[in-house]
Design a protein around this ligand. Structure first.
Ligand code: ADP
Ligand code: MG
Length: 592
């Protein structure tokens, strides 16, 4: 037995991933334990009298009553240090190198593969001189972790004092001591490898306002329903409506420094897609492989449910660690419904009283405890970092009134509602412009105005207004027929449908269309509104709706998303000029 390990009881009963132990003397709640001869990884989730209920993260087949249970003295924790980025883990942070190699399964039972490679050497450069003050979270040194992530070795949150020794620049393993801090409680030897319990949020300083958007390059998101850095959003949608595609698009193109992608209970081949696709994809801003900023946590449907339950917290803890280095991290979880189902299964096995639809009564608290880990923070070390959380929700039958969707809604501030009818009509992303919302829209407005110009707020507001108006007009048109509407109103419907085709639709498979910068989004929006404003005037002067619809330059507005490259402002100017000329000509026909 390793240090801190001691026998704490014996297996009494095995019920799938839930094991009851008897004769338990000194176990602690949430203590990490080893169950049975096979030493399976588990966690104490209930203690009463001399009984303990243990959630086991591995297949318990073959575990028999009477086998020993060993306590480790530690809560279920992640290993933190260089080597996380670019790695694929399971829900309790065991490296799945095997999965990458074979496209199949995974590690043997009871295996304690360390999360961080002990043999690997890293080039450490100290940041502080001996004698310097060390505050919690201070950067003690740096390591080039990947070509695009500089790993900052931090003083742990409970360490402060004076640096009494620092390693010289050179090659070190994660367990080598790289700094010694003289604290009021004595000397602390610090290596690059640190641990943190997954269910405990890492401490940070002040919470900062969520006023900078996480730019995703997805137009419907950035322009209409923005996510802020440090914000939370849910993507609810029925099967096949595009949750995974949306998550992947955001993971690929958003401007976070780091992505933690938690594949949670979905099919294994979707994770394999990520594994094969991400290394090949190149970030448009840095020209580097996207895998150089990504950590993957895979808990596919064929892996143990309890590890799935843990996986979202594992993801949150890793994300917070990089936040504490001053990075902006985005966490995706696909799907939180599969995660909630894992909770339900475990709760059922523990014979707890079920609440709505069989979910445990603590479902809402657990969902909250995940989304609460998002935030834009001043770090302990004094820099700024953020964790944004993007959770897919897959309600059975696409019915948003079910418990997971409803509770999630309470804890997120943005909602990208996927619409079955849009998906069926191949309008992708099928994010509904009517059912979605973002409470960050107001907060990120100054950022947009500064970035793309002061006209943006008015443009966006006008387009949102038109989409609302269109809903009412379509209702009327349904009753009386659209021919009965005046041209000015038919033109509203026309402009909205142009906006949907030219702007809201975005093809994830097209090299140009898959990512649109804020500048290009603003120009595309402005083109649609130019058509709207100039066209409305022309109608007032006698032009007809049908004539406006025939204007050829409208086709250039529709194709701009594919045909105009990033940064090609001249091309936008040309389309705008052509459009204005065409509408001028129309007006000319009415005697002006
Ligand atoms: P879900 O995860 O909701 O079950 P997926 O994300 O797997 O759904 O999407 C299902 C299919 O819809 C995809 O295989 C793809 O063909 C199509 N699709 C979804 N979003 C897009 C998009 N932005 N561009 C092109 N096709 C899309
Ligand atoms: Mg999916």
């Amino acid at each position: 037995m390793a240090t801190g390990e001691r026998a704490i009881g014996r297996v009494r009963r095995v019920n799938g991933p839930v094991v009851e132990a008897a004769g338990v003397a000194d176990a602690r709640m949430l203590e990490l334990v080893r169950v049975g001869e096979a030493a399976l990884v588990g966690e104490v989730i209930k203690l009463s009298g001399d009984r303990a209920v243990i959630q086991v993260y591995e297949d318990t087949t073959g575990v028999r009553p009477g086998e020993p249970v060993v306590g480790t003295g530690m809560p279920l924790s992640v290993e933190l240090g260089p080597g996380l980025v670019g790695t694929i883990y399971d829900g309790i942070q065991r490296p799945l190198e095997a999965l990458r190699a074979s496209g199949g399964d995974f590690i043997g039972r009871g295996m304690s593969a360390p999360a961080l490679d002990r043999g690997r050497r890293w080039h450490f450069t100290p940041s502080l001189a001996v004698g310097a003050d060390v505050v919690p979270g201070a950067v003690l040194g740096t390591v080039p972790e990947t070509a695009r992530v500089e790993h900052r070795v931090l003083a742990p949150p409970d360490v402060s004092g004076r640096l009494s020794w620092a390693a010289r620049e050179g090659e070190y393993g994660v367990e080598d001591v790289v700094a010694v801090v003289e604290t009021s409680a004595g000397e602390r030897r610090i290596s690059m490898l640190q641990r943190w319990p997954i269910r405990t949020p890492r401490p940070a300083g002040r919470r900062l306002p969520a006023s900078v958007p996480l730019v995703t390059g997805q137009r419907v998101v950035d322009t209409l329903f923005p996510l802020a850095r440090g914000g939370t959003v849910a993507i609810p949608g029925g099967f096949g409506t595009g949750k995974t595609m949306t998550q992947h698009a955001v993971a690929k193109w958003c401007d976070a420094d780091l992505i933690v992608y938690v594949g949670c209970g979905e099919r294994g081949n979707e994770m394999t897609d990520v594994l094969t696709e991400f290394p090949k994809l190149v970030d448009p801003r840095t020209g580097r492989s996207l895998m150089e900023r990504t950590i993957l946590i895979a808990n596919t449907s064929n892996m143990p449910v309890s590890a799935r339950e843990a996986s979202v917290y594992t993801g949150a803890a890793l994300a917070e660690y990089y936040r504490d280095m001053g990075y902006h991290v985005a966490v995706m979880a696909d799907s939180t419904s599969r995660w909630a189902e894992a909770l339900r299964e475990l709760s059922g096995r523990m014979e707890e009283m079920p609440a709505e639809e069989g979910f445990p009564a603590y479902l809402a608290t657990r969902i909250a405890s995940f989304y609460e880990r998002a935030g834009s923070m001043e770090t302990l070390g004094g820099s700024e970092g953020s964790v944004s959380i993007i959770g897919a929700v897959s309600p059975p039958g696409g019915d948003f009134s079910e418990p997971v969707t409803q509770h999630t809604r309470r804890f997120v501030r943005a909602f990208w509602a996927l619409d079955r009818q849009l998906a069926n009509a191949r309008h992708y992303p099928s994010i509904s412009w009517l059912d979605s919302y973002s409470e960050y829209a107001d907060e990120v407005r100054p950022w947009w105005e500064e970035r793309v110009g002061p006209g943006w707020t008015a443009d966006r507001a006008e387009m949102v207004g038109l989409l609302r108006k269109e809903v009412r007009l379509l209702q009327v048109a349904k009753l009386v027929g659209s021919d009965a509407l005046p041209d000015s109103q038919r033109f509203v419907i026309e402009v909205c449908s142009l906006f949907k085709d030219a702007f809201l639709r975005q093809d994830a498979f097209d090299e140009v269309d898959r990512y649109t910068s804020p500048e290009k989004q603003a120009r595309m929006l402005a083109l649609v509104l130019l058509y709207w404003r100039r066209g409305s005037l022309a109608i007032k002067k006698g032009a007809t709706f049908v004539e406006l619809r025939r204007v050829k330059a409208v086709r250039d507005i529709v194709s701009a998303r594919y045909a105009i490259a990033e940064g090609d402002d001249k091309a936008f100017d040309r389309v705008a000029a052509r459009l204005e000329r065409a509408i001028d000509d129309l007006e000319g026909d009415y005697g002006r």
